[in-house]
Design a protein around this ligand. Sequence first.
Ligand code: ADP
Ligand code: ZN
Ligand code: ZN
Length: 710
Amino acid sequence: MIYWYSIVVQTPAHSPLAGLLTYQSEQLLQVGSFVRVPLGSRELLGVVWHQLDSPPEPMLSKQGKEIEVKAITACLGIQAVSSAWLKLVSFTAHYYQRSLGEVALAALPPQLRTLDALQVERRLKRQTERTKPAATAIQNTELSENAIDNIALQAEQTLATAQISTESGPFLLFGATGSGKTEVYLRAALEALQRDPAAQVLMMVPEINLTPQLEDRVRERICPLYGDAAVVSLHSGMTNPQRLKSWLAAHMGTARVVLGTRMAIFASMPNLKLIVVDEEHDPSYKSQEGARYSARDLAVYRGKLEHAKVILGSATPSFESWHHSSAASDGGAGRYMRLTMAERIGGGVLPKVITVNMEHQPKKTVISPPLLNAIAERIARGEQAMLFLNRRGFAPVLHCGDCGWKSECPHCSAYRVFHKIDRTLRCHHCGFTQRVPRACPACGNLDITTIGRGTEQLEEQLADLLSHVKRPDGAPVRISRIDADTTKLKGALQQQLAEVHSGEVDVLVGTQMIAKGHDFRNITLVAAINPDGALFSSDFRAPERLFSLLMQAAGRAGREASQGAASEMWVQTHHPQHPLYLALKKHDYSGFAAQQLKEREMAAMSPFGYSALVRAEARTQEAAQAFLTAASESAADLADAVPGFEHITLYPAVPMTIQRIANVERAQMLVESHSRKALQQFLSQWQGVLQATKQKGMIRWAVDVDPLAI
Ligand code: ADP
Ligand code: ZN
Ligand code: ZN
């Protein structure tokens, strides 16, 4: 007996083939099985997508010969993926306009592609042996109740936990920083695991390296009950063998909790009962390469598909999620259930927000005197301060006052940043690095100067300004800087964070990476040195991002109740009356969200309108734009084929904000519609047009559906 199957294999991003190829086998295979198939001279990993009812129509080669249907080489001994997983993958490919083959294979651990049947068998055997002890692990009810109830919940936590237990969701857990959201996630996870002996929980975080504490907390609570093998991680910092191991554990059901970054949304979990998306507003949930998927949005989709509960959590939810969780009577969509936790654990209050009007300070002031005094006072009392500035390096530009030369990158439309520590000019876009010239390369002037400042300079100036200040033990002030430059080496960030936690550091200086997520205990002052830039960005999400960043940063201060009342968040600004800062002063997230959502509604922007960006990269800017323009003109031909075509707006092609990176010119085109359906239908049809559009000098193009930055 011969059976025919459609097998999905890896295909290029925009291949007109969906990635489905026909093969035959004498074996009856389950849909979702993993196979090895021949393609040309290679042998590839494939997934059985469906079984054909009848032999395929004979296909003819270019020479007119009949192409024989090849046989599947081997079926791997791994159990099949669920039909829900197949659906999740095809939805992703369809919605984000990529080929099925690309998305399906990218969703699997890379190492799986390279193993033959025998190697897979060995791997599985090893894995089963390793996890055996876990199967017989502690299922002691006494112990488990203990672990669940070892902390008495606060009233708001109790309420949130109860609602998650009884309602179906999706939930938006709107909890202030330090309100104990993690505890609510853990309760929900433990409940799911106890309710069903096979249940699995997916917990997603934006960046695992920034939140090592969370992993410890999850292990601490889950492992004593379900064994050490019950919790696995899944993120891009892992080696391929580690990823395969975690993936298999999730797939075989031995991993009960999968803790991962956005890629974990594709983990195969046959008995998924709960998905948690912590810090759901974080942009890193949106992929910026391959399929530009949003793991947060897919979590909601997947939850519905698999009848798993979904909890999105944040102190500053994305305005989309806020809208979805607002009642229809408030103009919202009423799709999510909002659970509010406004109180900080231990009664700590949010820090007082103080704005310093930089218009009243001498020009070039870096740290205003009142802020400096406040920092000095904290240090003298043995407390810690945190200052952030969204620019690394010493100064963003080096400049010659005589001839006007600036440190432009020869390969990008950007300036190279001056790094004083190793005396280099470095491009932060393409990495091009040179030693700092002694004199102006254009006119020979020896007196070249810097413009603006970065974290290196802030650290240096701060050391200078605080040189007279002493810690309570009489020792001089210790300043530490955390940014992408100081944390390049593996383990460097952990080490630096440990120094902050242990109190070795008095002042922490850094980029926004320090403002996120960390549970610092002794920081009582947080300062944003120069956050104004985002107020006037052309990107409509810039205010949302800035507000969220400042709220999150404020949340780093005063986490111990004893200090709460005295903790402060300082903002140095030229626009102290800006509505964003006024809302921040009141910690008024909902007021700010309402105001911004009203503006977006009037402009028909997300979540009231839908958009996609097509980005093109080419050797010249003309070529990139010509490609987009041609594709846009051909779009008119689709008018009859696409229902709702009249609701689609195509904007002209424009250069991207950073127009050139590493000698590649970049342009983009915005496509908008108030109807998501019309946009989807248009994009699906337009794919073919984009594929067929030829332009000399084009390098690549990609569609970004629901883009985060415009
Ligand atoms: P969030 O994630 O909302 O910022 P966390 O979950 O990190 O807050 O909680 C802040 C701190 O409060 C943590 O150290 C946590 O262990 C502690 N905590 C949470 N819930 C309780 C509780 N009910 N009683 C005592 N401490 C709690
Ligand atoms: Zn010069
Ligand atoms: Zn460059």
